[in-house]
Design a protein around this ligand. Sequence first.
Ligand SMILES: [Zn+2]
Ligand SMILES: [Zn+2]
Length: 563
Amino acid sequence: MRVMNNNNKHTLKLCTLSGTSEIGRNSNFVEYDDEIVIVDAGYSFPGQEMYGIDYLIPNTRYLKKNKKKIKAILITHGHLDHIGALKWMLPELDYPPIYAGGFAKSLIELKMKEYKMDRKVKIFGVDRKSDIAIGKYFKAKFIGINHSIPDAFSIFLQSPNGNLFFSGDFKFDTSPANEPESDYQELSKLKGKIDLALMESTNATVPGKAPSETQISDNLEEIISKYDGRIIVSAFSSLITRLYSLITIAQKTKRKVLLSGRSLDQAILIARENRYINVDDSIFIRDKDIHKYPDNEILILCTGSQGERFAALNRISLNEHKFIKIKKGDLVIMSSSEIPENITKIEKLTDRLIALGADLMKDSVNMKIHSTGHGNQEDIKAMLDLTQPRNVMPVHGSLTFRYFHKLNLQKWGFRSDEIFLTEDGQTWEFNGSYWKRGTKIESKPILIDGLGVGDIGDIVLKDRKQLSEFGIFTVILNLSSKTKRIIGRPKFLSRGFIYFKNSQSLLNEIQNCIFDTHRDWERDSIQHKKYEEEALKTALEKQLSKLIYKKTEREPIILIAII
Ligand SMILES: [Zn+2]
Ligand SMILES: [Zn+2]
């Protein structure tokens, strides 16, 4: 397909639009002539400084302007950092056709139904044999790999003037749970054909090989089969392979399964629909029936391994769960990793569980009960050995991770000019021989707060930040409609700012400040023969925030209500 004579070939363009320098919000696109193909459309979760924002999605400005060119959205796998933004991107881009593996397809369809978009969405299933012509120019080959969700793919995308390889999230598992191994043969067929490989970097700093899911499953089985009490396992609902292992173990050890957490219900539903998990309905029990079974016949599968406030495990630890109460003899198994910013929260959670009498087991070097779905250094090297790309672009990781990824690549024989460290929004152009940096397009993520697309501005964010840090202070002022004098005393309300009981002297000062400001306003108004209440509000806000800052060094939101 790749033609060496490039005289009348157009430039192939790649844009690493989003998710390049983090784990989340993945979306890249490739442009050739009047055609665009998008690979993945994920969302990410906001940092702690973004109050009230639910998700961040890739910037769609360029794509929207060029939406007539978009021929397809290809999906590597069904994790939300790769499909989560479809809900918002699809309507903006006039619903281009989506190509996704069975599992991702079911997950997308479920969401689309939820949002009543299912009639507009065109989605085609792909499998390990799919090699699809897209538009006039592109061909996409889906190659089966292992990750932590079934039907995960690497994608080989061919154009008339250069070919790209998207590794997707992958590891090489030599004994995967209930799915075939990565398709080594198809991967090795790409030798010599890849002009640029985008490789994930999640575990680029971890030496060795990622442990197999079967090893984890064996360890879990050993623990569970020896235990007499109730077992409570917390796992990520996105780790479908682990859910399969746990339910299979429950079946083998004759335990009933109680699912606690909505995302778990959905994941299991999809896994059963796709016949990935084949069990009888009778294995599942409802939480209110838990007392009907002896302790050694119960396995509770729940969410909340990161100490999330409203997840099942946290509610259990706070003794807030209606049916699941921790008692002596319960074993809590944390079959998950700890995301660094959650470590304190997780420890508080496990403290509470232990205090209630539970035994606890966490993943450790000696007893592996969690494995990553992302390849370590040896997996990454194996992928490169198989596919032998000419150039490599580390993605899906912070710059630090990608930097170390680059060092590994150099150690493995790549020249530094064959390795590209990119940024969000950066375009790259290929003339048939060489890649060069192109222009940068707008890539600032769009903020979603569950209401609509991009309807949250910086001002709203600032308000939310202020509110969460300093609270709110409200003044209610009763003005006579005739004389514009203040009737009675101003009333105050405060949330998260000060306790009135302890702040009498401050409140007195605030009251004096209000009377002073009002007096000035009254004098001005008489002079101008016009009473403007808005001007009074503004002046009060200004004077009060100055005073409050001076006295308390805090900046609550100040609201003035004139009645
Ligand atoms: Zn993934
Ligand atoms: Zn990912």
